[in-house]
Design a protein around this ligand. Sequence first.
Ligand SMILES: [Zn+2]
Ligand SMILES: [Zn+2]
Ligand SMILES: [Zn+2]
Length: 96
Amino acid sequence: MSTRPICSHLDQIEVTALPETIEGCEECLKIGSTWVHLRMCMTCGKIGCCDSSPNRHATAHAGESSHPIIRSAEPGEEWSWCYLDEVAFALPGVRP
Ligand SMILES: [Zn+2]
Ligand SMILES: [Zn+2]
Ligand SMILES: [Zn+2]
């Protein structure tokens, strides 16, 4: 087994904690659309919708901004996903 971190982009994580209140997908709210699940960009904190949502704003944001890592913004879910490594992982000790 390799001891290499599963994702090599952890240094791009700037935001780990979810906002206290999440109104919804920022882009969907602008256009009056709906979403299924919410994700948060861990580089800038932007809230976007998941790939099961019609507009897939979280993935669109990752592509536009080159911010590689999102986390779930759903209550009780703490997994993260790196678009570049295409790997899901639980954060090794979420930084305050
Ligand atoms: Zn990565
Ligand atoms: Zn959206
Ligand atoms: Zn971002």
